[in-house]
Design a protein around this ligand. Structure first.
Ligand SMILES: NC(=O)c1ccc[n+]([C@@H]2O[C@H](COP(=O)([O-])OP(=O)(O)OC[C@H]3O[C@@H](n4cnc5c(N)ncnc54)[C@H](O)[C@@H]3O)[C@@H](O)[C@H]2O)c1
Length: 335
């Protein structure tokens, strides 16, 4: 069986989740890691017994590397993905796909042109609860969605932002809670409901005014092509409580708050739980990364398109950028 040779670019907080996922696969091996912090790259390479690179261009010049996992700050995603695909590598980028929709469109164009796969790490789509909701909606059992709301109420203190030179900045993070943390839930909302067409909302910096330029709090109303309205709320100044998402449907109310509860109008109730790692600093990332990365490599091995691709990844970026424009203008934004 062919083994894919993977390289991870950026050995910071999230890279470990990619290492663990790759090491759980039979058809993939970690071939190289890269970081501009040479000590970080060399240390990671020693731990994983693979090659160390200090520059991205050296990674994509390595003919043995088949796939590149982009785990760098947001402003680098688009240029790295484009260069890697042009060099013949398949790309799996961490979210957000990029900072702007224009960058995302260019990434999709290069993926189409080069025939290289472009995957986006929206691992929450692979949660048991998310798959259950998607299937339930598809089955018609819950009926049409009538209304929706979602909230992300977490805590990111000043030290989280001060640890790095990119978080909390418009230039390198591209925004605050919406483009970084809440983007997963925005993605789920549009994945469940359908194509978003308009957004109006506001962003604000309530608690970290002297630390970050970007928002720590946001609210939005989103209108979808099928006429459904959704209300969204997010803050990084609460505490890390479970993401909440509610879909009021014709025959059921679907409520996600850690676990999933479906309350049918005939009185029946169903409960579904996600599997979570029991321990570990990053346990709250969930196990979705392993399933997503497994699916990415299965797609490559089977020559089928990876489902969470650029055309999926761009939608949440369009929503975030639309919200930022709306907050500036005070107007509805057509997406
Ligand atoms: N899917 C998730 O749940 C999840 C969770 C956490 C982070 N993320 C995403 O992962 C990405 C990285 O986040 P993080 O928290 O690991 O960041 P981090 O700051 O901890 O790590 C980033 C690393 O990239 C390196 N780097 C910077 N520029 C580089 C370059 N040009 N070439 C090579 N390496 C470079 C830095 O030295 C650093 O080690 C972000 O897009 C973030 O949003 C996703």
């Amino acid at each position: 069986m062919k083994k894919f040779n993977a390289a991870i670019i950026g050995c910071g907080a999230v890279h470990n989740v990619h290492v663990n996922a790759i090491s759980s696969l039979n058809n993939t091996q970690l071939c190289a890691v890269a970081d501009t912090d040479t000590a970080i790259a060399d240390d990671a390479a020693r731990r994983y017994d693979c090659r160390s690179y200090h520059s991205f261009s050296d990674v994509i010049a390595d003919p043995q590397i088949d796939t590149v996992h982009i785990c760098t700050p947001h402003h680098l995603h688009s240029s790295m993905a484009i260069e890697a695909m042009r060099a013949g590598k398949h790309v799996l980028t961490e979210k957000p796909m990029a900072i702007t929709a224009e960058e995302c469109r260019e990434m999709i164009r290069v993926s189409d042109q080069s025939g290289r796969q472009l995957g986006v790490c929206f691992q929450n789509r692979y949660n048991t609860t998310s798959i259950f909701i998607k299937e339930l909606l598809r089955s018609g059992k819950a009926g049409h969605i009538l209304a929706a709301k979602a909230s992300v109420t977490w805590l990111r203190k000043a030290d989280y932002y001060l640890q790095s030179d990119w978080r909390g900045t418009w230039e390198k993070e591209g925004g605050g809670i919406m483009i970084n943390q809440a983007i997963h839930t925005l993605d789920l909302l549009q994945w469940f409901i359908g194509n978003p067409v308009r957004i109006k909302g506001t962003i604000d910096n309530r608690m970290l005014g002297d630390v970050i330029e970007v928002e720590d709090t946001a609210e939005a109303t989103i209108i979808f092509e099928n006429g459904i309205h959704a209300f969204f709320y997010a803050t990084n100044s609460y505490h890390d409580s479970p993401v909440e998402l509610e879909l009021v449907c014709e025959n059921a109310v679907i409520k996600l708050s850690g676990a999933l509860t479906i309350q049918y109008s005939n009185g029946d109730t169903e409960n579904v739980r996600d599997v979570h790692p029991k321990t570990g600093e990053k346990a709250y990332y969930g196990v979705g990364h392993i399933s997503l990365i497994d699916d990415f490599y299965s797609s490559l091995a089977q020559g089928r398109p990876f489902p969470t691709d650029g055309r999926q990844g761009i939608e949440a970026v369009r929503l975030v950028r639309g919200l930022y424009s709306s907050s500036r203008s005070g107007k509805w934004i057509d997406l």
